[in-house]
Design a protein around this ligand. Structure first.
Ligand code: UD1
Ligand code: UDP
Length: 372
């Protein structure tokens, strides 16, 4: 039997995190000939994940440009990935989520009538401007994927509502939980992989840590400024410290560098690699974020997460009680964070570990579906 050729295409940090466990599994299984194409939509933050996961791509398009525009990026992705598809002629293309790389990679496959398997299919906020442009990216992939690998029943139901053939939809769990389990086990074996925050842990001893991330395009401008204002007000408390690995997008860095005061209890740091970010989740009392992946990881670790967005395509965390939508209004962010810090009952109600996003076995299920 000839091995089935799978080309996995991705380009950003979150896609790499959510796909490396699948690539490990495909590599270890002789039913597959696994190839990897990275677009390099992200450079530094992608490489951080490739390094820790030990993945050496077969193709690296190295497409990232400083402050890239969506149209220039998308055009380069489509032609660049198209060339790789012509060379590799895979049986399946695997993409993940809703980035420009996922959308263009899937489209290039569709143009060649190569079937697409969509990991993390069916997430919908119902608003094409929140998150922007991800809601439309994932709808595009969903309109022609041959295999829709939905992380949850809610996501599967969203696809059925869009008249996607139910026979092509499978609930697998989210591979981010597989990734989190993998990195936790790796750090348990090699603690030095996550020891780089020790100086901050010592500096902030006795304080409660707020872990933070922010990068959404729809929050650029006013939203980011309000987020900076909220952090400044929270950091006025002596019992709190903020650790904020700042995304490399210049639109995020410019605002945060200019707006956040130079206080001893605010640590603006470079993006953390995955073992260190898992450590940050571990030592944080609560997370303030507009990230998708962090909304999925925090509930698995029982960390309350305040989501700085108006809508979410991940309602499961809110329903499970570990996540709350707080938007980008400074007063609202400060009020909700203050409640968690000052009201032990409110904190206890949110700080319960749940696994609404998966059981860590999503990859096993996906592999069997790809083998069929
Ligand atoms: C992208 C995705 C978004 C995802 C996010 C995860 C799209 C349209 N957006 O947004 O869905 O949630 O990644 O983080 O696909 N940069 C670097 N080094 C890096 C990464 C980024 O310097 O390692 C800078 C570059 O100047 C780059 C800019 O950030 O041009 C924007 O990167 P881009 O991938 O276009 O957008 P993100 O906001 O990161
Ligand atoms: N993450 C990381 N280092 C950081 C910040 C985040 O490794 O400094 C991880 C985090 O654990 C999660 C993923 O990156 O798995 C989320 O990526 P991001 O917030 O950039 O994108 P999104 O999930 O919003 O698309």
């Amino acid at each position: 039997m000839t091995a089935r050729k799978i080309l996995t295409v991705f380009g950003t940090r979150p896609e790499a995190i959510k796909l490396f466990p699948l690539i490990h599994a495909l590599d270890a299984d002789d039913r597959f000939d696994s190839r990897v194409c990275v677009s390099g939509q992200h450079r530094g933050m992608l490489d951080q994940v490739l390094e820790i996961a030990g993945i050496r791509p077969d193709h690296d398009l190295d497409l990232m440009r400083p402050d890239q525009t969506l149209d220039a990026l998308t055009a380069a992705l489509l032609t660049g990935i198209g060339k790789v598809l012509d060379e590799e002629r895979p049986d399946w293309v695997v993409v993940q989520g809703d980035t420009a790389t996922a959308m263009a990679g899937a489209l290039a496959a569709y143009y060649r009538k190569i079937p697409v398997a969509h990991v993390e299919a069916g997430l919908r906020s119902g608003n094409i401007h929140h998150p922007w442009p991800e809601e439309v990216n994932r709808k595009i992939v969903g309109s022609f994927a041959a295999l829709h690998l939905a992380p949850t029943e809610t996501a599967a139901e969203a696809l059925r509502r869009e008249n996607v053939d139910p026979a092509t939809i499978y609930v697998t769990g989210n591979t981010v939980i597989d990734a989190l389990h993998w990195v936790t086990a790796k750090v348990a074996r090699e603690p030095a992989l996550a020891s780089g925050l020790a100086h901050l842990e010592a500096r902030f001893a006795g304080k409660r840590i707020i872990g933070m991330t922010s990068h959404r395009r729809e929050n650029f401008g006013e939203g980011m400024e309000a987020i900076a204002e909220a952090v400044t007000r929270l950091a006025a408390r002596a019992d709190v410290a903020v650790i904020f690995p700042v995304h490399l997008n210049p639109n995020v860095r410019a605002v945060m560098n200019a707006r956040l005061p130079d206080l001893d209890n605010i640590a603006l740091i470079e993006p953390l690699d995955y073992p260190h970010f898992a450590r940050l989740l571990d030592i944080s009392t609560l997370m303030l974020t507009d990230s998708g992946g962090v909304q999925e990881e925090a509930p698995a670790l029982g960390k309350p997460v305040l989501v700085m967005r108006e809508t979410t395509e991940r309602p499961e965390g809110v329903e499970a009680g570990t996540a709350k939508l707080v938007g980008t209004d400074a007063d609202r962010i400060v009020a909700q964070a203050t409640r968690l810090l000052d009201d032990p009952e409110a904190y206890a109600a949110m700080a319960r570990a749940h696994n609404p996003f998966g059981d860590g076995r999503a990859v096993e299920r996906i592999v069997e579906l790809l083998a069929r």
